[in-house]
Ligand binder design. Structure first.
Ligand code: ADP
Ligand code: MG
Length: 623
């Protein structure tokens, strides 16, 4: 029976005699120390002890035997054991004493505490980890009691809210509207068992900022709420970026819409002004002629308007050239002085050694005039207008009107005034077409929107700074030109007459086609008409003799003007092709690498433009 108890005991049981030698060791003791019972029996007990126990044991035993001091006797203490393999481990030891036949013995019951020690180490490790996370997460973490008294805040929270860790405060004081806390506590829980809301927060100094709050309960084993964890994020930067993205999306959408309308109008205006031009030549009556030129002028204004819309929508074909913006500004100062009047003082600061810019000179001029007029309007009682040019390198991460600017080298042209400036609301909408704060008849709202589109399409950046009462500065960043080719002056157009060549006109729109045919005939060319690209290929395959092909780019039926052009290059390489379009975009999207090899005429065009381009194409052919 006793033997069975020894054998089955979960605790290690050892007995030693009064000289400290092991007399009994049960199987649990073998397992605990790694020795067999035979290896232990007869050996001094201190082989199972690490220092300092090893050295102390004999003297304790001696003292107990001589003075009865019970240092080692009694219920449990935590000590260390030494395994055969050298491992030191914590154990719980209770020592008793007994006599058999006048001989003194000591019994020990030992429990291995390694598992508990491992658990403790794990708990220590976890709390270290928790502390590290708590200290280093960018989000503010606040732990409070169920009634809202703050118990613990992390460093991010003290930074975000401006309180020190010691400041005792109530959770609700972190909210701009304290009742928002209730919303967080009672709202629907999300997938991670908490509640999240966008909520304005308040710093200690009273400053409010957009935030996101997340609250989760810490529930005890009995299901009661023992604490609340709140996590806060400062959303200022996100909101700013979101706003900027929304703003540019809105401009993009307006651009799509107005670009589409402008494109259709361009086609209509091409028909109107073209037909008017043809009519003009047949009319001799002075009165009818007046009516006609009024209509033509209106069509011209319409074309200018649609062109500005196309510019805003970034669908204008820009005539980019290498220009020196200083020369450009110098060339404009007289015009600007006259435009601005006597009350506005014009100053220019032109940087020496200014880089050359690659940009459409006409558009830059229009932009500067528009900016100057805006400045004049902002200074009804006079003021200063400054135009400044500078080399500017934009680094990664700089912020402009609609988020980050594109890094790179630019030539910057700035137009500043010390006029009335703009409110935040006005500033946020100035690039929208038709947005104006001016009385009807004074403003069209197409100034800044057009500039915006032109700058964007030129791969530039635009930034604008304005303070009510202080003034406004608009900066245009125009891309630096790397090759130093000089600007080419455009040749003055003149009407050229044909020598009876035949032109193949390909155009799906009946009215436009009829007009185009008439225009060519008026210039002295013979014309063959085709409605689709496929039809044109067919007649060319059948051996039709023509000297030039004039085709619209966008045509239904799968074969575009570009496809036709490519087919001609392959099959009739000596036949010149002129393509026509209302969009710059169509061209940008399709003709990128070999843009120069196409001759493109943009709608709406005048009879002069047509004569010029056709003549050139034929001339190049015979040369
Ligand atoms: P418009 O001049 O026809 O109103 P813009 O697109 O040129 O159209 O300008 C839009 C609006 O932006 C103006 O109506 C005005 O409110 C504001 N704005 C533009 N430039 C300035 C400036 N230099 N100072 C103050 N406000 C300006
Ligand atoms: Mg304007």
């Amino acid at each position: 029976m006793l033997k069975a108890i020894l054998e089955s005991a979960v605790a290690a049981i050892l007995a030693i005699d009064s000289s400290g030698r092991i007399q009994i060791a049960n199987p649990a003791a073998e397992k605990m120390f790694g020795y067999t019972a035979d290896e232990m029996i007869g050996k001094p007990i201190n082989i199972l002890m690490p220092e300092p126990y090893q050295g102390q044991h004999d003297s304790y035993l001696q003292r107990h035997l001589t003075t009865g001091e019970k240092h080692i006797i009694g219920i449990g203490r935590e000590v260390k054991g030494l395994r055969k393999d050298g491992e030191i481990f914590p154990l719980h030891l209770s020592v008793g004493t007994f006599e058999v036949a006048g001989q003194r013995f000591f019994s020990g019951i030992l429990n291995d505490l390694s598992a508990r020690a491992r658990l403790q180490a794990e708990i220590d490790r976890q709390s270290l980890l928790f502390q590290a996370v708590f200290d280093h997460v960018p989000e503010a973490l606040v732990i409070s009691s169920p009634d809202g008294e703050v118990i613990l805040v992390n460093p991010a929270a003290t930074r975000m809210f401006g309180y020190s860790t010691e400041d005792v405060l109530d959770l609700s004081t972190l909210f701009a509207n304290p009742q928002d806390l209730e919303k967080l506590e009672t709202g629907d829980t999300d997938s991670v068992g908490g509640r999240t809301i966008a909520v304005p927060l308040r710093r200690r100094d009273g400053i409010e900022f957009p935030g996101q709050g997340h609250v989760a309960d810490i529930v005890g084993a009995d299901g009661s709420r023992i604490a609340i964890v709140s996590l806060f994020r400062d959303m200022t930067e996100e909101m700013r970026q979101k706003e900027a993205a929304l703003k540019s999306q809105r401009l993009e959408a307006i651009g799509q819409l107005s670009g589409g309308i402008a494109h259709d109008f361009n086609n209509l205006l091409t028909i109107i002004s073209g037909n008017l031009e043809l009519l003009e030549e047949t009319i001799t009556n002075k009165q009818d002629h007046d009516l006609l030129s009024r209509a033509a002028r209106a069509a011209d204004s319409g074309a200018r308007l649609t062109n500005r819309l196309l510019t805003f929508a970034r669908r204008r074909q820009l005539a980019s050239a290498v220009i020196n913006l200083n020369e450009q500004v110098r060339g404009m100062t007289e015009l600007l002085r006259r435009t601005l009047g006597d009350t506005v003082e014009l100053r220019t600061h032109l940087a020496p050694e200014l880089w050359l810019a690659r940009v459409d000179a006409g558009e830059v001029e229009a932009a500067v005039i528009n900016l100057a007029i805006n400045a004049r309007d902002a200074m009804p009682d006079g003021g200063k207008l400054t135009i400044r040019t500078e080399n500017a390198t934009l680094e990664e991460g700089e912020i402009g009107f609609e988020g980050p600017l594109t890094a790179g080298e630019y030539v910057r042209i700035s137009v500043s005034d010390n006029g009335v400036g703009m409110t935040k609301e006005t500033l946020s909408r100035v690039f929208e077409p038709f947005f104006t704060t001016k009385p009807p008849g004074r403003g069209t709202g197409l100034g800044l929107s057009t500039i915006y589109g032109f700058v964007k399409q030129s791969q530039g950046n635009i930034t604008i700074y304005s303070e009510p009462g202080a003034g406004t500065t608009v900066n245009l960043y125009l891309p630096r030109s790397i090759d130093a080719k000089q600007a080419q002056a455009a040749a003055a157009p003149e009407t050229r007459l044909a020598k009876g060549e035949t032109v193949l006109v390909v155009e799906d729109n009946r009215d436009v086609r009829t007009l185009t045919v008439k225009r060519f005939e008026r210039l002295g060319y013979r014309v063959v008409e085709c409605v689709t690209g496929a039809e044109a290929m067919e007649v060319l395959k059948n051996g039709l003799k023509v000297e030039l092909v004039f085709s619209d780019i966008m045509m239904p039926g799968g074969i575009t003007g570009l496809d036709l052009g490519k087919w001609i290059i392959e099959n009739r390489p000596s036949l010149p092709v002129i393509l026509t379009t209302g969009f710059a975009e169509e061209i940008a999207g399709t003709v990128t690498t070999d843009e120069d090899s196409w001759t493109i005429l943009r709608k709406p065009y005048t009879q002069n433009d047509l004569a010029e381009i056709v003549h050139k194409a034929l001339e190049r052919q015979t040369a």
